[in-house]
Each structure stands twice: as C-alpha cells, then as structure tokens.
Design a protein around this ligand. Structure first.
Ligand code: KIV
Ligand code: ZN
Length: 519
C-alpha cells in the first residue's frame, strides 16, 4: 500500500455548491491554476451536465491547466458521462467521476430503484466511462449509511467493470472517526479485488468531523482524500484541504503518509478562494485563519519569544505566510513593493506591478503602516480583477441626520466621462442610484459585508457586495472594494461587481433584458 496520499480537490465542484457561491469561468480557471501550483493530484473541475456554464468551465480548465488530472462529475447515466467526457477530454490526464447512491434511504426516496438496479447502473456507468478513459472513479453516494454487504458488492462490481478509484463518501457528515476508520477497514477486508483500485474518502462536515473522519480513513487504508480549500462545500462544507495536509505533515511520525502538496502555497490558495468565492475564512479557522498563528496571552507570547515550539506546532512560514515582514509605508519604493508582492506569491506583470504601486501610494497617503493584508487586499480587489470598464473618477456624497443623502458620481468609461447625481435612503443607496443612471444596469443586492482589513483607526475597510442584475440570468456577481473611507469602499465594490456583469456580457455569459436604460 502506498505511503503517498492523493489529494483530490473538489473546491470547484462540491465547493462551488456552497450556498451563495457562484464563480465565473475566468475565476474558476484562476483557482484551477493555483490548485495546480499547490500540487493537488486531481482537480474536480465541475459537473459538466449541470449547465452550459459548468460545461464550458470544465472544458476551459481541461484545455488550459496541465500537469494535473482533471475530473468531471457525472451521474451514473450515459448522457451525463458523454457530457463529462466532452468537457474533460482536452486534459493531459482526464478522469470521469461517476456516482450513484447506495443507501436504502436514497434508493427508496430519491432514486426509486432496487438494489439490483443500482448495481446494474453502477456497472454500466463504469463500463461506459471506461470506453473514453482509463481513469474512472466510481462513488457510492451516501456510502456510510449504506448496508456494508451491499456496498461491498457494488464496490467489487465497479472495480471489475474497470473503476480505478473507488470513493466512499460520508455524504451527510454522519460518521464519527472510529466508526469511519473501521468502515474503511471492513471494506478493504471484504472486497476481494480492492487492491486493484485506489480507495478514496469524501467527508462532509455536518458534525464538524470531516477532517477527523478523513484522517481515520487514512489510518485504515484510504489512499485518496477528497477535500476543498477552506473546507467550503454543501451545507457545513467538506474536509478542509489545508487541515488534512497539515495534519498529515505535522503528525507524520504517527501517520507515516505524505502528500504532493507544496505547503508554502497554502495561504495564497486560501486567500484566492476566499476572495473569489466571497466566503470569508473565520478568524479562528485552523491553519489559515487570521488568528491561527497569533499569540495573545502574555504567558504564550513570553514562551514563543523564548522558544517557538513552546506554543507552536507549525510555523506560519510553512504555509507561505511571513508575519515578521518589515512594515511598508509611504517612503517604500516600487522595488520594495515588487519584492513583497513576490514574497506574498503574486506573479504579476510589469503593468500589474505598476498599478499595484500606484494604488499602494494612494493608500500610503492615508494610512501610516501598510501591512501584507492591505497589500494583498489591493492586489486581489483592485488589480487582479476583470477590466475596469467603468472607473470612479470623482465621488462626493453628503449624509447626516438632517440632510437628504445625495451623491454625485463621475465614472470614466474609456475616454468618456459620465456624471450623474442622485438621492437615496442613505449615502450608499444614493451612490447606487447615480451609478444605475450611468451604467443602465440595475441590480438587487443579495449580500453586503464590511470589515476592517487590519486594526486601528486608519484601517482599510473592505466592502463585499453580491448583486444580481435585474432582467438577467439568476447569476450573482461578487464585488470587492477597499478604501480607508467605508462608503467609498462600498462604491468601489458595487462598481467592481458591475464591471464583472459588463465583462460577462462581453463574453456572452450574461444577457440582460433592458426595457430602458437607467433606473
Ligand atoms: O457528497 C457526496 O456524496 C458527493 C459525491 C457526488 C461524491 O459529493
Ligand atoms: Zn460531497
């Protein structure tokens, strides 16, 4: 049995099923490229039959991300499998991942199929997929709540039909570590041809046990873990990639297993996924949370200063987070910014570095110390984003207890300057109304969040909005903006989302019916 655990990343498939997450094709490609850099073994790029958008994204990733296996999900149906193949066939190494539920609950209430029918469907699906590629994964959905004898029959038949990976999901996050470990051990013991396939696990986090269950499975012979960056996914999410990887690394003497993950890419990957999905990482989240390496109490600080290992089992540098950097300020030059951006893991073009530097200087005029988080916020929110079709050139707003909130907004669109003024229920509403008049795109706000990037009175405020264009598809667009002025940050976030809508229209991904321009 191998000592190398395969990391199967499903951020773009199960992760994208998180409520409120919807990534566009470019964002998915950016994440896939970063996952390849991170060193995952398999990227599950999506569920091609789910929608045209999903299909295009999987195809785009398969064609453009090399050096990693690209998987497409398909139900145990020929139509699904054909569609998945059409999308993944461009990959250097393509995998079809087909699944059908095996638990009686799913058979009775969802599939309305008998066990024999499920068994036949599983065999037929694997055989059909096998015509296209040698690399076929079969998942027994809701495996953990399935009767063991029947599950083992299905697993054995799927392997005989040609499946090279067998995935055992705890679809509803019901298992506990001891039970799940034993479950994997039993499957290994009862399935005669089990050594002909890689045994994989896929744990959901409904009881907060997804990582613990995945590790228990590894201790009992699982060779692949399916997980997502930051643990995002359906309901309470999936096993978190960074937790699984760092547990296997830090506790290597216990597990004696390795992964191909480049740990120093973990932090950057986590930030990218958080930024593009809009799903913030909670401060106390293991490995990548803001407080994961912070020592607050005097006793702990004293201990760490004397000897790090007193209170640290890992250090931030391992995951690519350098917390002891020199603080940047308004006298820092272009070189210092370029070097720091490189250290933070951004491979930017000269043009992007120049743009980052201009934005950095503007911020340094308002804020004394610029921390890494500030710099990352600038790059991710204002540099590495869709083209700025509309740019804020001038913004003035009035607001208070005795005045009607009013905003004057001037947006640049290429050479053109367009100015509008509007009133609203508050300053943000007034700015939005002025913006609607200029762009002709009206929208419904689905989500709004404002938070300080760092501490202090002069902290950079980061606004996140999610809007849905009126008269368009059901898609939502995430916008981010940063500024020391929270109203300006919000205006920038709105405009960032609008620019994404405009970009999606240009790419033919969004069609908005506009009975009339303006409000
Ligand atoms: O949770 C689950 O069972 C799944 C399968 C499709 C692998 O996501
Ligand atoms: Zn799942």
């Amino acid at each position: 049995m191998t000592d190398r655990i395969r990391i199967f990343d499903t951020t773009l498939r199960d992760g994208e099923q998180s409520p409120g997450v919807s990534l566009n094709t470019q964002e998915k490609l950016d994440i896939a490229k970063q996952l390849q850099k991170l060193g995952v073994d398999i990227i599950e790029a999506g569920f091609p039959i789910a929608s045209q958008g999903d299909f295009e994204s999987v195809k785009n990733i398969a064609a453009n991300v090399k050096g990693v296996t690209i998987a497409g999900l398909a139900r145990a149906s020929f139509l699904d499998i054909d569609r998945a193949w059409e999308a993944v066939k461009y990959a250097e190494q393509a995998r079809i991942h087909t699944f059908i539920a095996t638990s009686d609950i799913h058979l009775k209430h969802k599939l309305r199929m008998s066990r024999e029918e499920v068994l036949e469907a599983a065999i037929a699906a694997v055989k059909h997929a096998k015509q296209y590629t040698a690399d076929v994964e079969f998942s027994a959905e809701d495996a953990f709540r399935s009767e063991l004898e029947f599950l083992c029959r299905v697993v054995e038949a799927a392997i005989s039909a040609g499946a090279t990976t067998i995935n055992i999901p705890d679809t509803v996050g019901y298992a506990t570590p001891t039970e799940f470990g034993e479950f994997i051990r039993d499957i290994r013991a009862k399935v005669p041809n089990v050594d002909k396939a890689v045994i994989s696990v896929h744990c959901h986090n409904d009881l907060g046990l997804a990582v613990a269950n995945s590790l228990a499975a590894v201790a009992n012979g699982a060779q692949q873990i399916e997980c997502t960056v930051n643990g995002i996914g359906e309901r309470a999410g999936n096993a978190s990639l960074e937790e699984v990887v760092m547990a296997l690394y830090t506790r290597n003497p216990f597990y004696s297993k390795t992964t191909g993950i480049k740990k120093e890419e973990i932090y950057r990957t986590s930030r990218l996924v958080a930024n593009l999905t809009g799903m913030r990482v909670q401060s106390n989240k293991a490995i990548v949370g803001k407080n994961a390496f912070a020592h607050e109490s005097g006793i702990h600080q004293d201990g760490v200063l004397k000897e790090r290992s007193t209170y640290e089992i890992m250090n931030p540098e391992m995951i690519g987070l350098n917390i002891n950097n020199i603080v940047l300020g308004k006298h820092s030059g272009r070189h210092a910014i370029k070097d720091r951006l490189f250290e933070l893991g951004y491979n930017l073009s000269d043009e992007e570095i120049n743009k980052s530097f201009v934005k950095f200087k503007a911020l340094a005029d308002k804020k004394k110390e610029i921390k890494d988080e500030d710099l990352a916020a600038i790059v991710e929110n204002e540099v590495l984003t869709v083209p700025e079709t509309y740019k804020i050139e001038y913004l003035h707003y009035t607001s208070g207890t005795q005045v009607i909130p009013t905003a004057t907004l001037r947006l640049g669109k290429g050479e053109e300057m367009i100015e509008e003024a509007a009133c609203g229920d508050g300053p943000v509403d007034a700015i939005c109304n002025a913006r609607h008049r200029i762009t002709g795109i009206t929208s419904t706000l689905q989500f709004y969040n404002l938070q300080a990037v760092t501490g202090g009175k002069d902290a950079l405020g980061e606004a996140t909005v999610k809007i849905q264009p009126n008269g368009g598809s059901k898609k939502t667009y995430l916008g981010r903006g940063v500024s020391t002025d929270v109203i300006e940050a919000t205006a920038k976030a709105y405009l960032n989302a609008v620019n994404k809508i405009v970009f999606a229209q240009m790419e033919g991904e969004e069609h908005i019916e506009r009975p009339e321009a303006g409000i």
